[in-house]
Design a protein around this ligand. Structure first.
Ligand code: HEC
Ligand code: HEC
Ligand code: HEC
Ligand code: HEC
Ligand code: HEC
Length: 162
């Protein structure tokens, strides 16, 4: 009985959220470019997203991380002045999230990274993107399950719905 009502809740949530789905995001408050940082300057993805090898969230880096370089680097450029002003006012940069699963789906970066699944497989080649554009919506059960099947990873419902 309990699992039936859980499944019903899952279906309802899916109905409610599917209308709000978006594949492309609006512009960010600061013109941060992966093409410059990860492409041109080859800064490692996990220098900024160190959460990915540790647990569910990759996380976006703190202002502290930005200022570690930008106290000096490009300090007089308008976009950096914007960052410094926020930092001095102790305000965070509020980034718009691009990749988002429905609340009833559980995802964890860590097992994927430790099995050697590359960021590019799921997020596309960020080193060529001045602005993050997900290659497709990650909120897609067929995509997850197909890859799990190919890699002999678990496809039990409770792995992703708990
Ligand atoms: C210098 C720090 C830095 C580096 C290096 C970096 N990122 Fe990011 N990343 C950010 C910031 C800041 C954001 C949030 C702003 C944005 O979306 O552009 C972000 C956003 C993202 C997002 C979108 C998150 C969302 O909203 O869903 C993905 C995916 C991502 N990064 C993957 C990567 C990958 C893969 C690499 C390596 C090729 C990488 N990043 C290298 C700082 C960095
Ligand atoms: C197996 C596919 C997959 C791989 C591999 C993967 N990601 Fe993700 N990533 C996702 C999904 C799915 C989400 C959305 C998760 C959610 O909404 O709970 C996401 C979300 C993110 C976000 C948004 C913020 C957050 O805290 O999670 C960032 C940043 C990110 N990924 C960076 C990376 C980086 C960097 C790598 C490589 C080190 C990487 N991802 C590898 C699937 C993947
Ligand atoms: C490891 C060092 C490093 C870190 C960390 C870093 N950056 Fe950068 N950033 C650079 C370099 C190098 C450039 C290129 C500067 C140039 O071309 O003059 C750059 C360029 C930029 C530019 C473009 C400036 C312009 O108008 O030309 C922006 C905006 C920017 N970074 C924002 C950020 C933000 C926001 C963060 C934190 C999420 C961050 N950076 C973290 C090294 C870094
Ligand atoms: C490109 C291939 C690929 C894609 C796409 C993918 N996964 Fe995975 N997933 C794996 C592999 C490989 C593992 C590790 C299995 C292992 O450790 O034996 C894994 C493990 C997991 C685990 C941990 C399983 C456990 O037994 O603890 C969860 C949770 C998970 N994936 C959720 C998802 C979700 C949700 C999505 C879609 C949003 C997704 N995955 C997309 C390949 C993928
Ligand atoms: C590897 C991860 C994964 C596994 C395993 C998985 N799901 Fe899903 N499931 C997802 C993702 C991602 C979504 C997409 C969420 C959305 O569409 O809003 C989803 C969506 C759903 C939905 C919402 C309806 C829909 O299709 O949009 C239902 C119901 C569902 N799953 C049931 C199940 C059942 C039952 C099983 C076991 C047979 C299962 N799932 C196994 C990841 C998974």
């Amino acid at each position: 009985m309990r699992s039936m009502s859980l499944l019903a809740a899952v279906c309802l949530t899916a109905l409610l959220t599917s209308c709000a789905r978006q594949d492309t995001g609006p512009r960010q408050p600061v013109a941060f470019s992966h093409e410059i940082h990860a492409g041109q300057y080859k800064i490692d993805c996990q220098y900024c997203h160190s959460g990915a090898r540790r647990g569910p969230n990759a996380y976006v880096p703190s202002m502290q991380t930005c200022m570690g370089c930008h106290q000096l680097v490009a300090a007089t450029k308008p976009e950096i002045i914007k960052v410094r002003q926020l930092w001095e006012a102790k305000k965070p940069i509020v980034w718009t999230r691009m990749n988002k699963l429905s609340d009833f789906v559980f995802f964890n970066h860590q097992p994927h990274i430790s099995k050697g699944v590359a960021c590019v497989t799921c997020h596309g080649d960020l080193t060529k993107m001045p602005e993050v554009k997900p290659p497709f919506t990650v909120n897609n059960m067929t995509w997850c399950v197909d890859c799990h099947r190919e890699n002999k990873a678990s496809i039990d419902c409770y792995v992703c719905h708990r």
